[in-house]
Design a protein around this ligand. Structure first.
Ligand SMILES: *Cc1c(COP(=O)(O)O)cnc(C)c1O
Length: 390
């Protein structure tokens, strides 16, 4: 392992097979064979390391997990079929009836559904706290509070959580500090370095970065990953070897892609901030972001998402989306192609207006996932759509 992100993302490759291939092959095999009944028994007993069945492990998923562990600075990890499988498994593996979760109000839409609709069925309760007001969190900690469920920067409001303070609070009360690092990727932010316990990812987004595959990851200490591995082994949200292979290739270019995404995003954010008709432009590395200093402290760069607030509310938001000619109208983010969404009418439409406002989603809020097209072309499209939708 190198001390450098780029090298680990590229050279953290599995051993070559007898063919001496340069690039890792795909192992589309649901199971693996054994030389003898004794070795098979030893593998099942955990006495010998060995590949058994692809719901447990596979060379491609193992390669992907090992790389992400190196990039996040984690001991161990598990790959899942989607980001939500990772989010759910990280909670389900560690929580039981009677437990309480302290969660940031600004979590991903489906994470919100897990907390409010699913976990209560199994007697697990939660309290939402304001992500930016960390000093108010402690009073909501109960004797049965077991986990912090956080996301930073948040989707789509780009609110940050002070990772160092969250870790101090978590340690003081013996909680598991679980954070969704999807928006930052390990290239821009390493929560474990600040004291987080579990990092989850939707690798579907920037990690793949090309809009091709769903995948999730959970990394942390050996001790905290072991129950997660037990949970995923026996409940089965396994990542396909093909998607793991694809993702591992994607990681080879993560650093260079993120550098350009961030460069384009910062440039667009600067231009949008000067543009009349936009009430607000949010980007963590714009000095006008309310948590600019915190962003500078815990992130390498500001990420690929820029959020704007257009005048004219929900109707204007829709018109703006319809007027786009190059940028995609799509639910995804973290792609080479710029994607523009209007959360109030799509991803967060199932929340009530009050819930939306509490998570910072105003009617005219537009999320721009800045792609790798030339920045001037993205800018022209946004500008003409702003004019046309007035
Ligand atoms: C997309 C997303 C998820 C869910 O990931 P999937 O791969 O779509 O299941 C979770 N958290 C965040 C922050 C996301 O953006």
């Amino acid at each position: 392992m190198s001390e450098h992100f780029e090298t680990n993302a590229i050279r953290g490759q599995m051993e070559r097979t007898g063919y001496n291939e340069h690039s890792a092959p795909v192992f589309m095999s649901s199971s693996f064979t054994f030389e003898s009944a004794e070795r098979m028994a030893a593998a099942f007993a955990g006495e010998e390391e060995g590949l058994i069945y692809s719901r447990y492990n596979n060379p491609n998923t193992d390669e992907l997990v090992a790389k992400v562990c190196a990039l996040e600075g984690a001991e161990d990890g598990v790959a899942t079929a989607s980001g939500m499988a990772a989010v759910f498994s990280s909670m389900a593996a560690h929580l039981k009836a009677g437990d309480h979760v302290l969660a940031s109000r600004a979590v991903f839409g489906s994470t919100h559904q897990i907390l409010t609709q699913l976990l209560p069925r199994w007697g697990i309760t939660h309290t939402y706290v304001a992500p930016e007001d960390i000093d108010t969190w402690e009073r909501h900690i109960q004797p049965n509070t077991r986990m912090l469920v956080l996301e930073s920067p948040s989707n789509p409001g780009l609110t940050l959580i002070d990772l160092e303070k969250a870790a101090a609070l978590s340690r003081k009360h013996g909680l598991i500090f679980n954070i969704d690092n999807c928006f930052a990727t390990p290239y821009l932010q390493r929560p474990l370095d600040w004291g987080a316990d579990l990092v989850v990812h939707s690798a579907t987004k920037w990690m793949d970065g090309q809009g091709r595959a769903l995948a999730g990851l959970i990394v942390g200490s050996k001790e905290l990953i072991e129950p997660v591995r037990f949970f995923t082994r026996h409940t089965g949200p396994a990542l396909s070897p093909f998607n793991a292979w694809l993702l591992s290739k994607s990681l080879e270019t993560l650093a260079v892609r993120m550098d350009r995404h961030c460069l384009n995003a910062l440039e667009l954010a600067r231009r949008l901030e000067q543009q009349p008709g936009i009430q607000k432009t949010l980007y963590p590395f714009l000095p006008s972001h309310p948590q600019y200093e915190l962003a500078q402290k815990q992130m390498r760069q500001g990420g690929g998402i820029v959020t704007i607030e257009v005048e004219g509310g929900i109707e204007r938001g829709r018109k703006f989306l319809n007027a786009l000619q190059m940028c995609s109208r799509s639910a995804n983010l973290g792609d080479t192609r710029t994607i523009v969404t209007h959360p109030a009418s799509t991803t967060h439409s199932k929340l009530t207006e009050t819930e939306r406002l509490a998570s910072g989603i105003t009617p005219g809020l537009i999320r721009i996932s800045v792609g790798l097209e030339h920045v001037d072309d993205i800018w022209s499209d946004l500008q003409q759509a702003l004019l046309l939708s007035q």
